[in-house]
Design a protein around this ligand. Structure first.
Ligand SMILES: NC(=O)c1ccc[n+]([C@@H]2O[C@H](COP(=O)([O-])OP(=O)(O)OC[C@H]3O[C@@H](n4cnc5c(N)ncnc54)[C@H](O)[C@@H]3O)[C@@H](O)[C@H]2O)c1
Length: 431
């Protein structure tokens, strides 16, 4: 039995689903094939993704492929209650999610989708997979595999793998080119700018906007903030934390893009709006709060609410007060007020100001999820083919999604000729 905030919102949510469906042509194509082939017949898929309209279309696609689908959110603030109500009312998907949950409620929903005894898991941030490897170890045997949606989840999975603790195969959906090049960069960019605008209603032109982290998310946000007329500063670190370039190289990329690049203590003194996008913790912490200008606005678009050290900010504040939806004020002993957006959680998804990524972006990301789930289902039929560990999305799947996305925009490209292929793969010289 689904558990949502308000079932009477179903009509409003259904209209949102119609709009999302109309703008997700790639998933529509996959869904048509799934309806015929039923790749998930007899299987249960449990999902923890930001529970909103675009996710709804992925869930419908999986259900159309014959799966029993159970869905929760991967973030306590990101559920769209109307979309959740509509999906629950549809009767094909069991939904356990509502906006602005306590931590206990959030985990009760994750556990509810795992109570369905899934064969396949879709995760965003690795909380479901982590539960299966810790408090619900007994249920792991049934799992065929999982798909992980975001960078932070992939980082956690690699850490589990390194420690010899990852016990089933997981597709690193985030690391497919059709995902991070588009979703992390352009999706996070537009939705973060949009959410900050909606939450604050202040003009971005002329503001000094500090973007911490120049990964795919950060570079997208910096570029769009620049486009809005903001003076953008990029903060990076001297170190390598993920599988990509070091912070040093990313700082150089930002420099050559024309941004001012500096460390956080320097940026803290001059920034008007701060956006963390690092996947790391305490990026803005106690030592920085003392330096901030009166009225500085802090926000985070990285996966977890650990990038801004909110407990430390609360501890040094004279008074913490609600300003408006998605904005809280932290009055300092010296009279300065520091504003925190959406409790330091993913600003682009926190309700009500966060709408999440644009629909077409999620068409690509969720097409990858649907096709990777299909690969897992096929592997189960072919028994024991996939080994535990983090697996890349196969190149043909990644390319197929890119091709479908391009086709949906009316773009058709020539394939390389046999001669061009041979030349590109040889040591042949030009003359
Ligand atoms: N908001 C969204 O909708 C959304 C979408 C996709 C990913 N994400 C999340 O955003 C975060 C970033 O993702 P990404 O793909 O850009 O990751 P990434 O690993 O490509 O980039 C992170 C960057 O942050 C830098 N960094 C780390 N610690 C830092 C610090 N203390 N100060 C300054 N810079 C620091 C790293 O050097 C790196 O360049 C992750 O948590 C990811 O899960 C959010």
């Amino acid at each position: 039995m689904s558990k949502v905030k308000d079932a009477s919102l179903a009509k409003k949510g259904a209209a949102e689903l119609v709009w999302a469906r109309a703008n997700m042509p790639v998933l529509a194509q996959i869904r048509k094939r799934f309806e015929k082939e039923k790749p998930f017949a007899g299987l249960t898929i449990s999902v923890a993704l930001h529970l909103e309209k675009k996710t709804g279309i992925l869930l419908e696609t999986l259900a159309a492929g014959g799966a029993r689908v159970f869905a929760s959110s991967c973030n306590p603030m990101s559920t769209n209650d109307a979309a959740a109500a509509a999906l629950a009312a549809g009767g094909k998907i069991e939904v356990f999610a509502w906006a602005n949950q306590t931590s206990e409620e959030y985990y009760s929903c994750l556990n509810a989708v795992l109570d369905a005894k899934p064969d396949i898991v879709i995760d965003d941030g690795c909380d479901l997979i982590n539960l299966l490897h810790t408090s619900r170890k007994g249920e792991m045997k049934k799992i065929i595999g999982a798909c992980e949606e975001t960078t932070t989840g992939i980082n956690r999975l690699f850490a589990m793998q390194k420690a010899g603790k990852l016990l089933f195969p997981v597709f690193a959906v985030n690391n497919a080119h059709s995902k991070f090049l588009l979703d992390n960069q352009f999706g996070t960019a537009q939705s973060t700018v949009d959410a900050i605008s909606r939450a604050t209603n202040v003009i971005l032109a002329g503001k000094t906007v500090v973007v911490a982290g120049y990964g795919w998310c950060g570079r997208g946000v910096a570029s769009r903030m620049k486009g809005m007329g903001a003076n953008v500063i990029v903060v990076e670190i001297d170190g390598t934390l993920g599988p990509h370039e070091s912070g040093l190289h990313r700082a150089l990329l930002a420099h050559y893009e024309g941004y001012r690049v500096m460390d956080m203590p320097s940026a803290a003194r001059i920034g008007d709006i701060f956006i963390t996008a690092t996947g790391n913790k305490n990026v803005i912490g106690k030592e920085h709060f003392a330096l901030l200008k009166n009225g500085a606005m802090l926000s985070n678009t990285g996966h977890f609410n650990v990038e801004i050290d909110e407990p430390a900010l609360r501890a040094i504040s004279k008074r913490v007060f609600d300003v408006k939806e998605n904005v809280e004020g932290y009055e300092q002993k010296d009279g300065r007020i520091i504003y925190l957006l959406s409790e330091g959680r993913l600003v682009n998804l926190a309700q009500p100001s966060g709408q999440g990524h644009p629909i077409e972006i999620m068409d690509g990301s969720f097409a990858l999820q649907a096709l990777c789930c299909e690969l897992l289902a096929k592997s189960a039929k072919a028994k024991g083919k996939m080994k535990p560990g983090v697996m890349p999305v196969p190149k043909d799947v990644d390319d197929a999604v890119a091709r479908m996305l391009l086709a949906s925009k009316g773009v058709k490209l020539e394939a390389p000729t046999a001669e061009q292929k041979k030349y590109a793969e040889s040591f042949e010289e030009g003359t």
